[in-house]
Design a binder for this molecule. Structure first.
Ligand SMILES: [Zn+2]
Length: 239
């Protein structure tokens, strides 16, 4: 048996990262992610990488334990009682650390799903040229190009956010239902804005006009809306 009384004793502060790492490794082991297994914490005495930790009973107090780090071979004692007092704190820190990368991954995955779905809808509805984007502060923003849809002679766009995705889905569904999928983009914008398009950009079938009429109040003809809504034609005759 070793005489542990001459070994350095770890403080609670030195012990805490060891406990957090131990909990992380156990959590990750439970999830069967061997590739993601966190490395062992460095040796508290020399800070060198550790490939193996061994815990043995000490020779001092009943609650004394000895930790041996390999390959540096450093040995140190710690108090089991202190370790137990730190368990709750270690658990909270481990959960925090475990959640952070998962949350980041989830956000990226959600974002990718969102981009893919938006592009798919514009592709399937043959509206590809109406999907525009810009990058601001390192983030991609998608918009639908609605230039000349709401106002005469102006560049205009309506952003598509993940929150508004259901509105885009519904606009596509409704445009598809009347056989005029190309109306998906302006219908989306009209619904988000609660505004009807200008008369010059109004669709000509009764079914399509009914969808746009429901988006907002009737607009007066005048500046910005120089033309009246066309008299509806039957679905066979127009688009
Ligand atoms: Zn060491």
């Amino acid at each position: 048996m070793t005489n542990s009384t001459s070994l350095p004793a770890l403080t609670g502060e030195q012990l805490l990262p060891l406990l957090v790492a131990d909990k992380l490794r156990h959590q990750q082991h439970d999830y069967d992610h061997p590739l993601r297994l966190a490395p062992l914490p460095p040796c508290p005495l020399c800070q060198s990488d550790v490939t193996k930790q061994t815990f043995t009973l000490g020779m001092g107090d009943l609650d004394e334990r000895v930790l041996t780090c390999e390959p540096c071979g450093h040995r140190m004692t710690y108090s089991l009682r202190v370790a137990e007092q730190l368990q709750g704190q270690a658990q909270r820190l481990a959960v925090q650390e475990e959640e952070q990368p998962v949350a980041a991954e989830a956000t990226e995955a959600t974002e990718l799903t969102f981009f893919t779905r938006v592009m798919e809808i514009f592709y399937l509805s043959d509206n590809r040229e109406d999907l525009i984007w810009h990058v601001t502060d390192g983030r991609v923003h998608l918009s639908v190009n609605v230039s000349d849809i709401f106002a005469w002679g102006g560049a205009d766009a309506e952003e598509i956010t993940p929150k508004a995705l259901p509105v885009l889905e519904k606009a596509w569904e409704d445009a598809k239902a009347i056989g005029q999928e190309f109306l998906m983009a302006p219908l989306y914008a009209a619904r988000v804005r609660g505004e009807r398009p200008q008369g010059a950009a109004y669709p000509s079938t009764a079914a399509a006009q009914a969808l746009f009429d429901a988006c907002g109040p009737e607009r007066e003809v005048g500046l910005g809306n120089p033309r009246p809504v066309p008299t509806p034609v039957d679905a066979e005759g127009g688009r």
